[in-house]
Design a protein around this ligand. Structure first.
Ligand code: GLU
Length: 293
């Protein structure tokens, strides 16, 4: 049997907040309950969105919550050559082409790209352009370990999605798949905001002949006005002076039993008992409101 290899893959666009603690904790507990490895990958692929110091602060915060990763941290910013090599192979094999459509043009066509540039691009484009995947065999459904069968529309499943952006940055869909492949990830546990795009990742994984990955999407923490708790909408950073309470709150959010007398346990003891009791059938399937005061 293949050994379980999971990962947590934060983007350093700000400090960790309660929603990211839930994702980190859920992926950690699932890995450890399955006697697996829990790897850490810093998704610092988008410098304009990066906040200086956030990478280090995320690592320190995880450590202070007892969430110790296995092996070295992988930084996407150091892997451009690896991404470029794979991209060039896709281009060489005819699975990638340039597209200079603007967002406005795509929106006026209904919001999904219609393959407009696929033939036009044969001789190369001189204007700034993105690179898109020739999506001949888009995946439109998969079985989530928590949520069951997830289906997306055929138009979305078959869209020629972007692999490299017009501004020269690698797209998340490309790098997440290449890294999950190269790190030998067997199980991804993360927030439900990435539920639909999982089909794109499965499409690319299939194209690259990678053994299927198992996915489990956790409920999102949302604010009382329905927005996802995120760095973009100013979710408050975790208060490290209340770590034990925050861990218990995150465990409750994930529907896990919390021990009576947890106040007397150390962070490590709390995590160890949470690993022993981890039960994915107890995780709620819908988003829950967290007061972000
Ligand atoms: N870096 C992504 C984020 O912070 C998560 C990617 C993933 O888990 O696949 O939202």
């Amino acid at each position: 049997m293949t050994q379980y290899r999971g990962r947590f893959a934060p983007s350093p666009s700000g400090n960790l907040h309660f929603g990211s603690l839930v994702a980190a904790l859920g992926s950690y507990l699932d890995a450890k309950a399955n006697i697996g490895q829990w790897l850490l990958r810093m998704e610092d692929i988008d410098p304009p969105r990066e906040v200086i110091g956030a990478s280090d602060s995320i690592l320190r915060t995880l450590e202070s919550f007892g969430l110790h990763w296995d092996g070295e941290v992988v930084y996407q910013s150091q892997r451009h050559e690896f991404y470029q090599d794979h991209l060039e192979k896709l281009i060489k094999d005819g699975f990638c082409y340039g597209c200079d459509c603007t967002r406005k043009m795509i929106m006026s066509g209904g919001g999904l790209y219609q393959g407009t540039c696929q033939h036009k691009a044969k001789d190369g484009l001189t204007t700034p352009h993105s690179l898109r995947f020739v999506n001949n065999d888009g995946v439109s459904a998969f079985d989530d370990r928590l949520l069951g069968r997830i289906e997306v529309g055929e138009d979305f499943a078959n869209e020629d999605f972007i692999l490299k952006r017009k501004d020269g940055l690698y797209a998340y869909q490309l790098v997440v798949v290449l890294d999950d492949m190269e790190q030998g990830i067997t199980d991804v546990v993360r927030g439900s905001d990435l539920l639909e795009v999982t089909t794109r990742q499965l499409t690319l994984l299939n194209h690259l002949n990678v053994a299927p990955i198992n996915y489990l999407h956790l409920p999102l923490a949302i604010t009382d006005n329905g927005l996802k708790l995120s760095k973009q909408n100013h979710a408050k950073a975790l208060d490290l002076t209340t770590r034990r309470q925050l861990l218990v709150q995150a465990l409750q959010f994930l529907g896990q039993v919390t021990l009576v007398g947890y106040q007397d346990l150390s962070i490590d003891q709390l995590l160890n008992s949470a690993v022993k009791q981890w039960d994915i059938t107890k995780i709620p399937k819908t988003a829950q409101v967290i007061i972000n005061d």
